[in-house]
Design a protein around this ligand. Sequence first.
Ligand code: 13P
Length: 256
Amino acid sequence: MRKILVAGNWKMNGDSAANSELIGGIISGLSGIADSAAKPDVLVCPPFPYLAAVREQIAGSDVQLGAQNVSEHPSGAHTGETSPAMLQEMGCTYALVGHSERRALYGETSEQVAAKFAAALAAGITPVLCVGETLQQREAGNTEAVINEQLAAVLDNSGIGAIASAVIAYEPVWAIGTGMTATPDQAQDVHRFIRVVLEAQDADVAAGVQILYGGSVKGDNAAGLFGMPDIDGGLIGGASLKAADFLAIVEAAATL
Ligand code: 13P
């Protein structure tokens, strides 16, 4: 049975006071949700400057810490970048790789994303590999080809075995920050496709890997999405910035 993971991607939002209030609210809200097999795992990915402060605040709670990006390089002349070892030292157990905003706004290629994926894993960090198609690609009937190419870069570089130590997030670009959520059936179709691609190489890995959905997940649509057979939680943007909104999603998951 795959556990549900609810992950908050705070993107480039907040400040010390707001982030402290946000994580404080999440921790106290979580403690009010009864422990059960259905209680999801919870992850937050704050902006880099706040990792240390959030790490201190989550100490002793069940909340895990993740980074929004990671360098593919171990050290050296890479101004502005953060190495996997640095993130590991700062208490990050997860790192997003290949978020569509990184791909679209910062020109990250699938090969670079694959290198980041491998570098994170080598440092003991669980990569959350983000994949997803644009509206134009969907309308042209290319959704599966796009996802396949994004997955193939990682599979070719790290091998199917590495997927057992990773998380995949399907985030259709057209659903990110638009309020236009994929329907549970639309999301399920792509999640199933991802699992089938992996299955062709290793059925056990395919059956075990968590595949999250991201794109305008809210408290009122989370249960419908997470209730689908191949959807194992969510990667949440906008609704992760208010404790009550984020907790509503966690609570929806806990009822499944
Ligand atoms: P929204 O939940 O704001 O659509 O963002 C999704 C996302 O990009 C999470 O990584």
